[in-house]
Design a protein around this ligand. Structure first.
Ligand code: SF4
Ligand code: ZN
Length: 316
């Protein structure tokens, strides 16, 4: 099949637009889209020091490489990478190696924050005794460490590789769970003390497009899935959206657009509240005690999980 714009062979069929794209036109589409999203949401500003959440998986590797390719030449911007090592045997070790290679090739600073150093136990140990799903512990502790590490490293933004698939799943899951507070928190927020603003340059790109781009650019790609990735509701919602998208292309984008249209109402019904400081660790939280400290308290009854006052960050 020929490219819809030139006489070269197409490498990608974009179902929602009906276009066939050759390598050159696909990469150009992808890069333009990332730039446009960054501009639309004001994600990158002069003077920014941007911490990239780099797990070493395919999406975050592509994000790191691309951000440096597009913006690395700007003297008014700085980039660094943070990897969270949850302690998942046979999985994180591999992606950590890739992450190290990537930051070496990009010549950017790279730091690793381990669950074990900061909470006294690996995720593997927590899930053996915990009653919640592995992702519930992992998500909370990782978010906590990412924000705290980015802040202590004086970052002004925290870039994550969430793509359109992730975003549409999260939006729909919050609807299904009637968790409108959480849904409202997805709206780009004003800055709050202690919280580093998150940016998601891939939020309007399909996961398939991110993978295709990384593949065409010959970036190192690891496709391994986390052994704990089974998450009943999200897996169901993901399959449902995939089926919807394959029958009616473009639905992932329309889920995101619907949410954007609702944002103005949500700003009124669920205004952003001033955050408190956690009574235990001092991190920003909407409650008295942050979610990480709550989980540490629960797990601490069973294994020696604790909260470290000082953040332990290692140079990769
Ligand atoms: Fe953590 Fe769940 Fe992701 Fe695995 S799938 S890395 S447990 S959030
Ligand atoms: Zn706390």
């Amino acid at each position: 099949m020929k490219c819809s714009y030139c006489s070269r062979e197409a490498v990608y069929y974009q179902r929602y637009s009906g276009k066939h794209l050759c390598r050159r036109h696909f990469t150009s589409f992808f890069e333009k889209k990332v730039r446009a999203v960054i501009k639309k949401y004001g994600m990158i500003e002069s003077g920014d020091r941007i911490a990239i959440a780099l797990s070493g998986g395919k999406d975050s590797v592509t994000l790191s490489k691309l951000l440096l390719e597009l913006y690395g030449g700007r003297r008014d911007l700085e980039f660094l990478a943070i990897t969270i090592d949850e302690g998942i045997e046979g999985y994180r070790d591999k992606t950590l190696e890739v992450a190290r290679d990537v930051t070496r090739s990009l010549s950017i600073e790279h730091y690793v924050a381990k669950f074990e150093d900061n909470f006294g136990a690996k995720l593997d140990e927590m899930v053996k005794v915990g009653e919640k799903l592995p992702c519930s512990y992992c998500g909370v502790f990782r978010k906590y460490l990412l924000n705290r590490s980015a802040r202590e490293l004086s970052a002004t933004k925290l870039a994550t590789a969430h793509n359109l698939d992730d975003e549409s799943q999260t939006i729909l899951m919050n609807f299904i769970n009637a968790d409108i507070d959480r849904l409202a928190r997805l709206i780009p927020q004003r800055d709050q003390e202690g919280l580093i603003r998150r940016i998601k340059p891939f939020m309007e790109l399909y996961e398939k497009e991110v993978v295709t781009y990384g593949f065409l650019k010959r970036y190192p790609m690891i496709f391994d899935e986390c052994p704990y990735s089974y998450f009943p509701v999200r897996a169901f919602v993901r399959d449902f959206i995939y089926e919807l998208e394959s029958k009616y292309p473009g639905r992932k984008i329309s889920i995101l657009r619907s949410f954007e249209k609702l944002s103005n109402c949500l700003r009124v019904t669920n205004p952003q509240i001033e955050l408190n400081r956690c009574k235990i660790c001092g991190e920003p939280t909407s409650k008295d005690v942050c979610q990480a400290c709550k989980l540490v308290g629960e797990l601490g009854k069973k294994i020696s999980v604790r909260h470290n006052e000082r953040l332990v960050l290692r140079k990769a």
